[in-house]
Design a protein around this ligand. Structure first.
Ligand code: ATP
Length: 244
């Protein structure tokens, strides 16, 4: 049996926004090269969790290990150097800069490796004709592709993708997922996806959060729609039984 390495290990992670405990003590391990989809209703805590892993939101309690190294106290910048890259919700590109400049900055701040501007353009061919255009003028789908490529050129071992299909046309979503499929087996991916069908098709593991709690963790091929819907709305079996 081959040993599967643990890429990310969260233990007792708590995330707060002031008084609000947006992430309740949460423990989770994600294997090397695993593709995990994170789903949940608005306000479930998905973005907060992704930002905590990326080092953009501090841990109120608990810890994060990356391949066995404790990175809880590490800055976001250092976590990029250690191999964690986030493509954030809302994309957050530098709008006045060209696509090329956006990618070059990310490459300079990241790790060296197989992902460079040319290889990222091979993976996301829709970017090539856009390289010299200001990022601010791109469509939603184009911005998303650039945002993911920007994370990619940092050569992450863990790629975090927040709200992949939000606001994109079906054709743009298809294009982005086609490119993401090519990254399978090369890195660990955690994808926040509001399109459940898409999440279940793409990921080998699905987790669902509700109000900061991990409600469901399983293989999309064996989970039922009912299980997922209940988890999505935070409906527990015991509550169901008492209403029966
Ligand atoms: P969405 O799909 O709407 O992005 P989400 O699952 O990503 O939702 P979060 O954005 O992580 O959820 O929000 C989790 C909780 O934290 C929510 O109750 C939200 O209102 C709260 N929250 C998020 N950001 C802030 C903030 N900057 N200040 C205060 N509360 C916040």
């Amino acid at each position: 049996m081959t040993d599967v390495r643990v890429a990310l290990a969260l233990s007792g992670a708590v995330g707060r926004h002031g008084q609000l405990q947006a992430i309740k003590p949460l423990s989770l391990t994600i294997a090397e090269n695993e593709v995990l989809a994170l789903i949940g209703a608005n306000g479930a805590g998905k973005t907060t969790l992704m930002r905590m892993i990326a080092g953009l939101h501090s841990f109120a309690e608990g810890a994060l290990q990356l391949f066995g190294q404790d990175v809880t106290a590490m800055s976001a910048h250092d976590r990029v150097k250690a191999g964690i890259a986030l493509s954030p919700e809302g994309r957050r590109l530098f709008g006045d800069m060209t696509v090329r400049e956006n990618l070059m900055i990310a490459a300079e701040n990241g790790r060296r490796g197989e992902w460079t501007l040319p290889t990222a353009c091979d993976a996301f061919p829709q970017i090539t004709p856009l390289l010299d255009r200001p990022a601010g003028g791109l469509s939603g789908g184009q911005r998303q592709a650039v945002a993911i490529a920007r994370a990619l050129v940092a050569n992450p071992s863990v790629l975090l993708l927040d709200e992949v299909s939000l606001g994109l046309s079906p054709a743009a979503v298809d294009g982005v997922y086609q490119s993401l499929a090519g990254l399978r087996g090369k890195m660990t991916m955690v994808v926040v996806e509001q399109d459940l069908t898409r999440a279940m098709e793409f990921a080998g593991r699905l987790i669902c959060m509700a109000e900061g709690v991990l409600e469901l963790d399983g293989n999309p091929a064996t989970l039922t729609r009912d299980q997922i819907t209940n988890a999505y709305f935070g409906i527990h079996k015991t509550a169901e039984a008492s209403h029966a």
